[in-house]
Ligand binder design. Structure first.
Ligand code: NAD
Ligand code: AKB
Length: 314
């Protein structure tokens, strides 16, 4: 492992901060180069190299790759679902061009491995809602989902035609406390914990019975590293794997929080994000990930609630 040098792009985002810290633990602080458009995240300062970089600038990326002898790239920079619907052409441009820049650089600079996340947003209103299978009707209706679906096909294309070892997961909504979420539809399930502690009340932008697939960040980080460390011949899927841990509604997460904070209350005021959530699956079948690289989640709703509240209180 010591021979690998890893570049994390979008390292100051919700996933990037925790993934960078986990990779530094595994590969060594100096081996993992964090990069982002924004200022370095406070939790990353002093833990390893940081470079400021716009992922749209391919030649700057090439310089960084050469300067640090990068062998693996984790590309996390993207525009998420809710922000994407406000500016569809920007979301399409950034989400697609960032991926194509990295896939081309992987080919030109002979990178060993690339990680790029997809999302449950690839599915649309015509996909089966329950236990949505790996291979089924896709037809996304958000620009974010369209860009993720196109991105998955590009990953498979670069693997097939150029032998690029690119791997991907369709993350569900991710819940965490270390770094703020970046403009998604599932962000309510993070805000609710903050508001439960600060105000004792939360006004939710989704309806009470909106079920969505979700996952606690420690499981997502472990899934990402397990996928990337699996032998290449175990990875039969070169688009993106369905990945699952739990599924709940605003009403259910409220009950879980009330088991710890009995006075917590919620009200509902759905906005444009309701339509996005309604177009997505309610639960996911991740058999292929379980069978091909032995994926297994550890957290359910109540164990996550206890851990979130304990850490946010601190
Ligand atoms: P985020 O918005 O929290 O972080 C993205 C980071 O990318 C930010 O720090 C941002 O500053 C950076 N960035 C944006 N534009 C950039 C640019 N041009 N150049 C360099 N950096 C740039 O997002 P996240 O939640 O950490 O998501 C990371 C990836 O995981 C995305 O591809 C997202 O679609 C995917 N994903 C996330 C979730 C989730 O629930 N968080 C679920 C499914 C998929
Ligand atoms: C979003 O809500 O946009 C993300 C996702 C599920 O991809 N959290």
């Amino acid at each position: 492992m010591a021979t690998d040098n890893i570049l994390v792009i979008g390292a100051c985002g919700q996933i990037g901060v925790e993934l960078t810290m986990a990779l530094r633990k595994l590969f060594g602080n100096e081996q993992v180069i964090a990069s982002d458009l924004r200022d370095e995240h406070p939790l990353l300062i002093g833990t390893g190299p940081y470079v400021s970089c716009d992922v749209m600038n391919k030649e700057l990326l090439r310089t960084i790759i050469k300067q640090y002898n990068i062998t693996q790239v984790y590309l996390l920079a993207a525009i998420l679902s809710a922000t994407g619907e406000k500016n569809p052409s920007m979301a399409w441009h950034i989400n697609m061009q960032s991926l194509l820049n990295i896939l081309d650089l992987a080919k030109e600079e002979k990178l060993k491995k690339v990680y790029w996340p997809s999302s449950i947003a690839v599915f649309g209103p015509n996909s089966p809602k329950q236990n949505t299978p790996q291979h089924t009707i896709i037809e996304p209706t958000t620009v974010y989902g369209i860009s993720k679906y196109a991105g998955e096909q590009w990953c498979a294309y670069y693997h097939k035609h150029y032998g690029i070892d690119v791997r991907s997961l369709r993350y569900p909504g991710l819940i965490s406390y270390k770094s703020a979420p970046g403009g998604g539809t599932t962000d309510y399930a993070i805000e609710i914990y903050h508001k439960a502690l600060s105000d004792g009340h939360y006004e939710c932008f989704l309806n009470a019975d909106t079920y969505l697939p979700m996952m606690y960040m420690p499981d997502a980080i472990r899934a990402t590293i397990e996928l990337m460390e699996a032998p290449a011949d175990a990875i039969k899927n070169r688009t993106a794997y369905n990945l699952s841990a739990m599924s709940f509604s605003p009403k259910e997460i409220t009950a879980s929080i009330q088991s710890q904070l009995p006075d917590f209350t919620i009200s509902y005021k759905p906005d444009f994000r309701q339509q996005i959530a309604d177009s997505w699956p309610q639960s996911i079948d991740d058999k292929e990930a379980q069978q091909q690289w032995q994926w297994k989640p550890e957290f359910d709703l109540d164990t996550m609630t206890i851990d979130m509240l304990k850490n946010l209180k601190q």
